[in-house]
Write a protein that binds this ligand. Structure first.
Ligand code: SF4
Length: 460
């Protein structure tokens, strides 16, 4: 009999926390019982189920204390860079500088869920004319205006060009409201013309060298602004060290993902896996601590894999999950329906791929930025999903649509066409709003139908 890991409620965590403390639990400076975050307004937590480990407690506490770290950094006089949209590139540059950190205001995407709409961010966006036809990233507008969720950054960057309409519109509105944005352009990644010089990108992609050169020039320009605002030189040696630091975190995450997706018994819940991936793209405002948190988590996952311990019995349906869910509760729901994660594309696989350490640093970062699945043809994204689903032994692909997101109107169709052809897996789509309570029965039906379809295929 394999040991089962039972996910627990917030209430149960309170009891478990007291037991762990009594047994001598030592915590980092941001530690404490999870329940205190509810008193700070994170009202969604009582509706979630959590991994019961000390390592998961640390992961959650690290995530939920980012705001405090940002304000503490402001108090210490550190340079704070708000990086928007690129998901994984500019933070690597910012963290290469001493006493400088970066965060994603885009993270406000999840505030309506985590605070169960109590912060009024979506209403604030509505009042600015950015309504429901935009994706939840519009919450960012309210977060800036309320000046209560993160300090106003010393520098605000945003990639434009081949990015979604939603983000461009929201960031332009922000700029117009008096939050000046340093724009840098990411071009639409195209196939090299016949005879044109081309280069490899992470994720098995290729692009014309001229596009890499263009992005490198844009990053150089961002680098000059980073130097100006921080008063420090962004030397190639510092950038190279920054890339090594980022890669340390990415490789640890790569190992966690490998074990979670391939172990016979799934060793980590989907919710904690999603959070861990999110931490990788910006280090949650402390790169060294992010590395330590994930290394601790990796140890837990390894131990469980060795013992055959996990959250669902062996044989759970293996799902490849596409896009992040606006309501975190849905990750729990997937497991309640008898499925486990076996691959993910939460919109930022390029932020998880290790950056090439053998190239000049800015070129390596330019290649990483151009590997963003959202700046190239949808078919290339679908092909990577299909390839990984095949390699990881996924049995179905679930595309989670984001309400209002411009790319979500057609991408499910493209992904389904590619995945159903090869590796020939069933594909289902759901749509998850920031608070999905009213839709949970319908989402459950969709997930159960997909699980049943896989079980039927196994029987045939
Ligand atoms: S539309 Fe999609 S890619 Fe654009 S901000 Fe929203 S979730 Fe991100």
């Amino acid at each position: 009999m394999k040991p089962r890991v039972r996910q627990i409620t917030l209430e149960e965590w309170e009891v478990r926390y007291a037991e762990l403390k009594a047994a001598g639990l030592e915590e980092p400076f941001y530690g404490g019982p999870l329940g205190r975050h509810v008193r700070d307004g994170d009202l969604r937590l009582p509706n979630l189920r959590f991994d019961p480990s000390r390592q998961a407690l640390r992961l959650w506490n690290f995530l939920l204390t980012e705001e405090e770290r940002l304000y503490a950094a402001r108090e210490r006089g550190w340079t704070i860079v708000g990086t928007m949209k690129d998901l994984g590139t500019i933070p690597v540059m910012a963290y290469s500088l001493p006493k400088t950190l970066a965060f994603y205001p885009d993270g406000a995407w999840w505030i309506p869920c985590v605070m169960e709409l109590s912060a009024g961010l979506l209403e604030a966006a509505d009042a600015l004319g950015v309504g429901e036809s935009f994706c939840p990233v519009r919450a960012m507008l309210g977060a800036f205006l309320q000046d209560a969720h993160f300090p106003n950054p010393d520098l605000l960057t945003c990639s434009v060009g081949a990015v979604c309409d939603d983000f461009s519109a929201v960031a332009q509105r922000l700029n117009g409201l008096g939050f000046p944005v340093l724009w840098w352009e990411i071009p639409y990644r195209r196939k090299p013309d016949p005879g044109e010089e081309e280069v490899d990108l992470p994720g098995g992609l290729r692009a014309p060298r001229s596009q890499v050169e263009f992005v490198r020039g844009e990053l150089e320009r961002v680098g000059e602004h980073l130097e100006e605002v921080s008063g420090e030189a962004l030397t190639p040696a510092r950038l190279a060290a920054g890339i090594r630091g980022a890669n340390l975190v990415r490789r640890t995450m790569g190992e966690i993902r490998r074990m979670v997706f391939t172990a016979p018994v799934c060793p980590l819940p989907a919710l904690e896996l999603l959070i861990a991936e999110m931490i990788v793209i910006h280090f949650c405002s402390d790169r060294e601590e992010a590395a330590a948190v994930l290394s601790d988590l990796e140890g837990l996952v390894r131990e469980r894999v060795e013992k055959g311990a996990g959250i669902l019995p062996e044989g759970a349906v293996r799902l490849f999950w596409v896009n992040p869910v606006a309501d975190l509760r849905v990750m729990n729901l997937m497991e309640e329906c008898g499925a486990r994660l076996c691959g993910t594309d939460f919109l930022f696989p390029h932020g998880l791929d290790p950056i090439d350490e053998t190239l000049p640093p800015l070129e390596a970062l330019a290649r990483a930025a151009l590997a963003d699945p959202m700046v190239g043809p949808g078919r290339e994204r679908a092909e990577r999903i299909a390839r990984e689903a095949r390699n990881l032994g996924a049995e179905a692909v679930l595309v989670s649509r984001i309400p209002g997101a411009s790319h979500c109107a057609r991408e499910g169709e493209v992904i389904a066409r590619v995945v159903e052809e090869n590796p020939g897996l069933p594909v289902a789509e759901i749509e998850v709003p920031p608070l999905a309570d009213a839709l949970l029965p319908a989402i459950r039906n969709r997930l159960e139908a997909l699980v049943e379809a896989v079980l039927q295929r196994r029987r045939n």
